[in-house]
Design a protein around this ligand. Structure first.
Ligand SMILES: [Zn+2]
Ligand SMILES: [Zn+2]
Length: 399
């Protein structure tokens, strides 16, 4: 049996691992090479993949391309705004089809990584993910959040063959991206508790070593996050390591469950609202940070006001009520700390600071469980028709 949390100090060692876990399941990392280092981009042509790559970038990320990239086939997305949507994917599909390509290289986190991950799985080509911004934790993901018909949803995609986290590039990222990365990490306090609740209610698999790995990576990030505003190298490294590890935790678990709960659901609903209204998108992590602060209040309200009905579905929750109330109280006690850390890094801690209107916020509360079957605290509130009892006061405190 392998003890996963040791990997917090050496995420590269997870590459290609098959882990016979104490939870009874076997977990696999399909990514064969992981490099997290200053100047990592310069090693990215030595991933072990052979043949001709097609490098996909945008005008911002192409500025990081080393000289060795310039003579290779490349495509620089230049429309505005670049979203992971039908237009970008159609554009890339045409480009990748007319070139003789053996594998793809995504030069850029976020939209480019999400698009190339889906394209690679569609074309049955391996891909290399070069991460340039420490703003979200999707690097190792096997899923792509895509916008289709003005609605963002998650599609199965390919895990990257190799991942490069270039700490030099990340340290130079705009300050709001560092704050957003930290806020995405803070969301794991909620996500892991939602995972446990879902496990109790539905019996879905719950792996404690993967949960522990996720939370150990959160602790690493929090240990150094005071230095993020000043871009201290140790703080940037800890944040990048934490984002990489949580993305690997998702690959180990095959789903985003270890890293995504109610705080992500509400952020996705706000995003869909913004897409439909034609508003410019906010950074993913910023919304997740606000969703996390909201979830702290929601958990507290739920476990201090609700009397569970006598139904078989809820019996495991009733049995674990004291334990869950303690966890909800611990989460609530963390809220001021989480808020302070995000604020110190320069991230938004109110909806108005991010430009989310009351109307958009309400939409988020109303639609966060739409089409998302995985049980979270938000699902229990909906099932028990407790929205009006819990959400209005929570909303007032975050506007
Ligand atoms: Zn396990
Ligand atoms: Zn996230």
């Amino acid at each position: 049996m392998q003890h996963l949390p040791d990997y917090v100090h050496e995420p590269q060692a997870l590459a290609g691992q098959t882990i016979h876990c104490s939870c009874g399941l076997t977990h696999t990392i399909h990514t064969q090479k992981i490099v997290l280092a200053p100047g990592a981009i310069h090693q990215s042509l030595e991933s072990g993949l052979s043949g001709t790559p097609l490098i996909i970038a945008d005008t911002h990320t192409w500025a990081y391309a080393p000289a060795s990239f310039h003579s290779l086939p490349h495509y620089i997305l230049s429309h505005d705004p670049i979203l992971a949507d039908e237009y970008t994917l159609g554009d890339l599909l045409i480009e990748a089809s007319v070139q003789s390509v053996d594998y793809l290289i995504a030069l850029g986190s976020g939209t480019i990584g999400d698009s190339v991950r889906f394209l690679a799985s569609t074309l049955h080509k391996p891909f290399v993910n070069i991460c340039t911004a420490p703003s979200m934790d999707g690097a190792a993901s096997q899923h792509s959040p895509l916008i289709h018909h003005q609605f963002k949803t998650t599609y199965p995609a390919a895990a990257p063959y190799a991942i490069y986290f270039d700490l030099d590039i990340m340290a130079a990222a705009p300050a709001p991206m560092l704050a957003a990365g930290l806020a995405d990490i803070e969301g794991k306090h909620v996500a892991t508790l939602d995972w446990y609740i879902g496990h109790l209610v539905t019996g879905e698999a719950y792996c404690e070593p993967i949960r522990d790995l996720t939370m150990a990576s959160v602790a690493l990030c929090e240990q150094y996050c005071d230095g993020l505003a000043a871009r201290e190298p140790q703080a940037v490294r800890a944040l990048a390591t934490s984002l990489l590890l949580t993305s690997l935790a998702m690959q180990l678990n095959v789903t985003s469950r270890p890293a995504s709960g109610m705080e992500h659901l509400i952020s996705h609903a706000w995003e869909n609202y913004a897409i439909r209204q034609g508003l410019s998108p906010h950074l993913h992590g910023d919304k997740v940070g606000l969703g996390t602060l909201i979830a702290c209040d929601v958990y507290h309200a739920f476990f201090h006001t609700v009397k569970m009905p006598q139904q078989e579905r809820y019996a495991p929750l009733v049995r674990h009520w004291n334990e869950l109330t303690e966890k909800a109280d611990a989460l609530y006690a963390l809220k001021p700390l989480i808020r302070e850390r995000i604020a110190k890094a320069g991230g938004p801690v109110t909806l108005s600071a991010l430009g989310i209107s009351r109307q958009a916020a309400v939409y988020g509360f109303q639609h966060m469980t739409d089409g998302r079957p995985r049980v979270t605290i938000a699902h229990l509130i909906k099932e028990l028709q407790l929205e009006e009892a819990i959400y209005p006061s929570v909303l007032e405190s975050i506007l």
